[in-house]
Design a protein around this ligand. Structure first.
Ligand code: SIN
Length: 546
């Protein structure tokens, strides 16, 4: 089993050190870095620019029980219900109880949310029993959160950010403790070794595993893949969330059409103009997996549209300026005509298994945000709980590592030499695969994942996918560019999704098997766990204790 993507040698690597190393610059990475920075040196590494992340593209908002009519208990109830029996009650309790304070702190750091008549404006999204979603600039919440956190990070004297740094793999000592990361500096082409006392993966999601996704190009599952190769456990990888409504216009990206649009009253209609979700419980505001599947099935008969007009012109322009302008650019004026939409891969509920302090199964390695899985989202994440997750559990990591950052920094001598795990000839260096073939491999993986490991799954398709992915892994022998590393990561996490989906013989939340269409609590109310040294998928009970 591959340990490193690239056959590096210790002598070719430039070494850097800090107390805390944060990989990723979305909400989880930036907030955790700021919270960890008191009295210690923090380095953030990000693969493109500091702003570029899934966070920046979040539209809907941040869920928090701050309204008088609301309570953490109601938020807990909604989160557990959406999670389809697989959310860990302890994680959810922490999320909903710590959430309001973290949001207040975020506002203290400069994030400006929308107000209505002098009070914070709150909207509703699918499966929320209350209006509890804070939003900014109408529908550009993520952009505002990222703006505020980037400004705060830049003002923090103890935090430095290095852009265009791609994490290739994690570094460890002979005891298997994580000491840092091997990183490709995409500006210079140099390999760098970044050492730290605590390494925090906050690298975001993996939407690019699928050919249709709301995620930006950077979401290639890198954090999950590097943790996997280093021997960390991955949990609940079969649970991918497909957002019900992404723009469906030829040659346009699958731009997200926020759930808040339905929250404000938009209707889903089919080509005959019929509101096909009208008779279902909660109508268009049912949990995301239910709405996504309903649209998917309806699309067998013809196109599906989101009709904004019930919201009213004034409100559409006030609440959804970005969506309005984007749709207009692609030729649809949502004030006057319904918008063609389709589901697209949006969010990974699973990820690197952690406890509620972000600790992974590897010493000194932590994970926060979408790349992590502490069981909070179960089988289906409640809308707008993801930004909150990044804040709440990022803060807990910062708390947890306080003692650890008092210890001494690791040295380059302690880093286990790669030659022990891999030699250059084994990697096939020299058997260069043509660039065009590698591009094609990424497309093949994305198409296969969409068609066989997508919204509707079955035994035949999943088996075919797992076998093909295993075959295709052999094509990735000699790789050295960011693009190739990303493709290898997409393949690694795609394989983990397919394997867990094949093993889980039931349907629940984001995982729907047409050959096992029922939820089977007696046999399957448990988290899946995968480890690269184990052939079988393992399972652990839902109520995990720290
Ligand atoms: C949306 O605005 O619909 C996305 C928010 C989320 O993913 O929770």
């Amino acid at each position: 089993m591959r340990r490193y993507l690239y056959p590096w040698t210790k002598s070719e690597v430039k070494v850097f050190d800090s107390d805390v190393l944060v990989l990723g610059s979305g909400i989880a990475g930036l907030y955790t870095a700021i919270k960890s920075s008191e009295g210690c040196k923090v380095t953030i590494l990000t693969k493109k620019t500091i702003e570029e992340s899934n966070t920046e593209h979040a539209q809907g908002g941040i869920a928090a029980a701050i309204d008088e009519a609301d309570s953490p208990a109601l938020h807990l109830q909604d989160t557990l219900r959406a999670g389809a029996g697989l959310s860990d009650p302890l994680s959810v309790k922490i999320l909903v109880e710590d959430g309001p304070n973290c949001v207040e702190e975020l506002m203290g750091m400069g994030a400006q949310f929308d107000y209505h008549n002098g009070v914070l404006a709150l909207t509703r999204e699918g499966a929320h029993s209350q209006r509890r979603i804070l939003h900014a600039l109408g529908d550009a919440t993520g952009w505002e959160v990222e703006r505020a956190l980037v400004a705060k990070v830049k003002a923090c004297p103890n935090v430095s950010t290095l852009e265009e740094r791609f994490v290739v793999d994690l570094l460890e000592n002979d005891k298997g403790e994580i000491l840092g990361a091997l990183v490709l500096n995409a500006q210079t082409g140099d390999f760098e070794g970044h050492l730290a006392k605590a390494v925090i993966l906050a690298t975001g999601g993996l939407g690019q595993v699928y050919c249709f996704t709301t995620n930006p190009g950077v979401a290639t599952g890198d954090g999950m893949a590097v943790a996997w190769r280093a021997g960390a456990e991955l949990m609940d990888m079969e649970f991918v969330q497909f957002h019900p409504t992404a723009l469906l216009i030829p040659n346009a990206p699958r731009f997200l059409i926020s759930e808040a649009v339905r929250g404000e009253g938009a209707h889903l209609i089919n080509s005959a103009g019929i509101r096909f979700m009208e008779d279902m419980p909660d109508k268009e505001l049912a949990p995301r997996d239910i709405v996504a599947r309903a649209i998917w099935l309806e699309m067998n008969q013809g196109p599906v549209f989101l009709d904004f007009r019930p919201i009213g012109e004034k409100r559409i322009l006030e609440r959804f300026p970005t969506i309005y302008q984007t749709c207009l650019k692609f030729g649809v004026d949502v004030l006057t005509m319904p918008l063609p939409v389709a589901p697209a891969a949006h969010y990974m509920m699973g990820g690197i298994a952690t406890n509620t302090y972000g600790e992974t199964s590897l010493p000194h390695l932590y994970a926060a945000g979408e790349c992590a899985c502490n069981g909070v989202h179960g089988a289906n994440r409640l809308a707008s709980n993801s930004l909150l997750d990044g804040l709440v559990f990022g803060a807990r990591i910062a708390e947890k590592i306080k003692a650890r950052v008092q210890s001494k920094r690791p040295t380059w001598e302690e880093v286990r030499s790669p030659e022990l795990s891999l030699n250059r000839t084994e990697t096939g260096i020299g058997e260069a695969v043509k660039q065009s073939d590698k591009q094609d491999l990424r497309t093949r993986i994305q198409d296969l994942m969409w068609n066989r490991v997508g919204i509707l799954r079955n035994e035949t398709g999943l088996r075919e996918a797992t076998e093909l992915l295993l075959d295709w892994d052999r094509e990735l022998l000699s790789i050295s560019s960011v693009n190739e590393f990303e493709t290898a990561n997409i393949l690694a996490v795609g394989s983990a999704i397919a394997k867990a989906a094949l093993d889980r013989k039931e349907s629940r939340g984001g995982h729907f098997r047409s050959d096992y269409p029922s939820r089977l609590d007696e046999s399957w109310q448990k988290h899946s766990l995968q480890h690269k040294e184990e052939n079988d998928v393992l399972y652990v009970p839902v109520s995990r204790v720290d």
